[in-house]
Design a protein around this ligand. Structure first.
Ligand SMILES: C[S@@+](CC[C@H](N)C(=O)[O-])C[C@H]1O[C@@H](n2cnc3c(N)ncnc32)[C@H](O)[C@@H]1O
Length: 785
């Protein structure tokens, strides 16, 4: 089975309190039946734990026990509600604010006036901290001749000691807005530039005096309720006088990409488990808030008090079998380091906050040595290339990004020291922007590029596998390209004693590599999603299968199925799998994967889940609940596969839906007794229409939610698990989403619109660490009803 540690091991303040310090009268203290707020809930929990810890004290024969440091540190809820308490003066809880004492950890009961005040100022500090901007590390050329007052003629050479960044500008401003603002403030300058979407603008002054005046006027100026800050632009020629380069103080790629790398793996797991536990508490709090007035709280919310406020038991955290070098996909940016060196590596921060510095992936423990080696081969190639690297600020340039994707051998679980030995195939995808370039020049560069990779791979020790080289041509502002972005396969020259022949190593007509999960072979095309940690993903899918209630009479919906990994690995345990995925290449991979693994009971639908979920449920589940359903015969499945096109796009499914609603005739689809959905959506979570379809279909009883973003799992679970309102939609009249509304608040609003339906309840949850050394963690939750 999986190796997991229990959440019960989480350290808690109460557990650390020595029992001897707690007075004996605690055990007879009243406990709130229903907490009035989230914080009261926390107090209630603490009381309960204290109660448990003090049993022995009751038996103490000491007539004058030492007063506990916790005595009168919480308000008495009975006294607050009723104005009196049967324990009178002996009550261990404070009767009113006056009696209240500070807790041993110097905090106040969060429900007290002082507690609330402290919380408010804590929030204010937090907000302030969030506003705090890190270093601006702008390493790209950002001005051009049109950026000056009056524009034109000045050229692009700037004295960077006369340049400054303006931080906290409204993101929607563009250069013209900034220039108008500067004029209004009477600030003189030489160049000014601002890109929409960034909170940073750039200013260059004519001379030291202009700079001094400008800084005096602008520093701390209030713009749209934010205080402007002036920061240095990190000069590319910083070290020209031989001075110690301050880059040494700046964030490294290791810190940016693997912020937990300096913790032991055991501590990382504890930290992640604790953060998932917080998410489960958040779900409870929000479900309580979202519960309609007059309806009793769901049983699981009431029972949450027994398990420290968690919405269900957190079973633990599953470790990643490989902790180092586990990533099978790395996206390396091109750009300039803080020292101005052309670099292929990771960006040190967020472009919108003014960080474009790129550093080599040195000491990032999640990256394989192979991927680093390919990044460095590409970097050496770019140093000699005639074409420029991409400039994010000006949105121009040619070379943008290198993606290294690795495919592993079947059944090989290498250890951390030897993680690269698992790699059998490598796909390299270089993203470029060919806009305004000369075709012949580009062709020559691609030839040189292929040669550089082939030679570099061969010269490495041991030689690196190189299976596919592909170029992605993308013009967009950010490097995130749409899945249908044009791809071009480049032949990889065969090197034979230094002579390069004009022939590819492979007669590939398709760009794809292979990986293995649970002894199944997966064919993966360049833009299809595949979990980045293959051996941990294997554990994740097994867990999902173990938790879902599977059997031969089960119909399994694999929602957001990618290349079909979940459905295909569980296909032998169910009657039929229906996978839904919007990326067309991933869907054709899934179909191919079913074929190459000899699996015939899976069907994949290329569509957005929100467009087809409801229709599919209707189509496959139209027998009444009492009717005996039978698993499909081979015949049924054959019919099923032959009618694949029938519902292979959303338009057709809509047609089917219309047909269903007008004619109540029985579907010819095979019917199943048990229906399970395993959903594995991207970071933003499930679309509201998918949630509604899953929630309102009465036959769907079991749902396993896998999430790479526990925040959105919580938001979706609020909608899935909150009791319905009597009159749906009424409460939302005039409601418009506030831009700063959190995901949970939005989910509570949406929950009010949910048509009357039985809510799910959270049954259990597990953290699965797919991303050692980073803050990220997968969360799995079983929901049923
Ligand atoms: C986190 S991945 C999971 C993929 C797959 N379950 C796996 O583990 O390999 C999410 C997948 O959802 C797909 N996706 C994103 N939005 C979608 C939508 N609205 N409808 C269907 N699929 C979607 C993405 O293309 C991606 O393949």
């Amino acid at each position: 089975m999986t190796s997991s540690s229990s959440v019960d091991e989480l350290p808690s303040a109460a557990a650390e309190t020595p029992t001897s310090q707690i007075p004996s009268d605690i055990t007879s203290a009243p406990v709130d039946p229903i907490p009035a707020s989230d914080d009261v809930e926390a107090v209630g929990e603490k009381r309960k734990r204290e109660d448990e810890n003090t049993t022995n004290n009751l038996e103490s024969s000491d007539p004058n026990p030492t007063p506990s440091p916790w005595f009168k540190t919480s308000l008495c809820s009975y006294f607050r509600r009723q104005g009196s308490c049967s324990h009178g003066a002996t009550c261990k809880y404070a009767h009113g604010e006056k009696e209240l004492r500070q807790k041993p950890d110097n905090t106040w009961d969060p429900t007290s006036e002082r507690g609330k005040k402290a919380k408010m100022s804590e929030n204010a500090v937090k907000e302030e901290e969030e506003e705090e901007v890190g270093d601006v590390m702008f390493t790209e050329e950002m001005m051009d001749e049109n950026d000056g007052e009056g524009g034109g003629g000045e050229g692009v050479v700037h004295d960077l000691s006369l340049s400054k960044c303006l931080v906290h500008l409204p993101t929607k401003w563009q250069s013209d807005d900034l220039k108008t603002f500067l004029r209004e403030q009477g600030v003189e300058y030489k160049f000014a530039k601002k890109r929409r979407g960034m909170m940073v603008g750039f200013l260059t002054f004519e001379n030291a005096e202009q700079l001094k005046n400008g800084v005096e006027i602008l520093e701390g100026k209030n713009v749209n309720n934010k205080s402007l800050k002036i920061a240095d632009v990190l000069p590319r020629t910083f070290d020209k006088n031989g001075a110690k380069n301050p880059a040494a103080k700046l964030k490294s790629a290791r810190e940016a990409v693997t912020p937990l790398a300096d913790l032991s793996y055991a501590d990382q797991l504890e930290q992640k488990k604790a953060s998932i536990a917080q998410m489960l508490k958040k779900l409870t709090r929000n479900a309580r808030k979202a519960c309609p007035n007059g309806k009793s709280l769901p049983e699981w919310v009431l029972q949450s008090r027994e398990i420290g406020g968690l919405s269900c038991k957190l079973e633990g955290i599953i470790e990643s079998p490989l902790v180092n070098g586990y990533r099978n996909k790395c996206e390396f940016s091109t750009g300039y380091s803080v020292e101005g060196k052309l670099t292929v590596g990771f960006m040190l921060g967020n472009f919108s906050a003014g960080v474009t510095a790129v550093e080599e992936a040195v000491n990032c423990p999640n990256i394989s040595k192979l991927a680093c080696r390919y990044a460095s081969i590409f970097q050496s190639f770019l140093e000699k290339s005639r074409l420029p690297v991409w400039n994010r600020f000006k949105s121009c340039g040619f070379w943008r990004q290198l993606t290294v994707r690795e495919g592993s051998k079947p059944g090989v679980v290498s250890n951390d020291e030897d993680a690269d030995s698992r790699i059998a195939e490598v796909l390299l995808m270089v993203q470029v922007c060919t806009k305004d370039t000369d075709e012949a020049e580009v062709a020559t560069e691609f030839e040189e590029l292929a040669k550089a990779f082939a030679e570099g791979a061969k010269a490495s020790s041991p030689p690196l596998p190189l299976t596919v080289l592909v170029v992605q041509d993308h013009v967009g502002i950010s490097n995130v390209a749409p899945p249908d972005c044009p791809l071009r396969l480049l032949p990889i020259p065969v090197s034979d004693n230094g002579t390069h022949q004009d022939q590819s190593t492979n007669v590939l007509t398709e760009a794809r590599i292979h990986d293995h999960i649970n002894n199944l072979r997966f064919s993966i095309s360049p833009t299809a999603f595949f979990q980045v940690n293959t051996c941990a993903a294997e554990k994740l899918y097994s867990l999902a299968g173990d938790w879902a209630d599977l059997g031969p009479d089960t119909l399994l919906f694999d929602v957001c199925c990618g290349t079909g990994t979940i459905g295909l690995t569980l296909a032998h345990r169910v009657g039929m799998v229906i996978g839904i995925e919007m990326n067309a290449s991933a869907v054709s991979d899934a179909e191919r994967n079913a074929k190459i693994n000899g699996i015939s009971n899976c069907k994949f639908i290329c569509s957005k889940a929100e467009d087809v979920m409801s229709s599919l449920l209707t189509e496959y589940l139209d027998v009444s609940e009492t009717e005996e359903a039978k698993p499909p015969s081979d015949d049924d499945l054959d019919k099923q596969n032959s009618s694949a096109e029938e519902i292979s796009n959303s338009e057709d499914v809509q047609k089917t839906e219309q047909k269903n609603s007008s004619e109540p005739e029985r579907s010819t689809k095979p019917q199943f007794k048990n229906v399970v959905a395993i959903v594995d959506p991207p970071r933003p979570g499930l679309h509201p229409d998918v949630i509604k379809a899953l929630r309102t279909h009465p036959r769907l009883k079991t749902l396993v939610y896998i999430s790479c973003n526990p925040e959105t799992l919580v938001a979706n679970a609020i909608e899935l698990c909150t009791p319905s309102f009597e009159k749906t939609g009424q409460e939302n009249k005039g409601y418009r989403r506030q831009s700063r509304m959190g995901t949970a608040a939005l989910a509570r609003h949406r929950a009010k619109k949910m048509p009357a339906s039985e809510p799910f309840k959270p049954v259990k949850a597990m953290a699965v660490d797919l991303f050692p050394h980073t803050d990220h963690c997968e969360m799995v939750m079983l929901l049923n009803r």
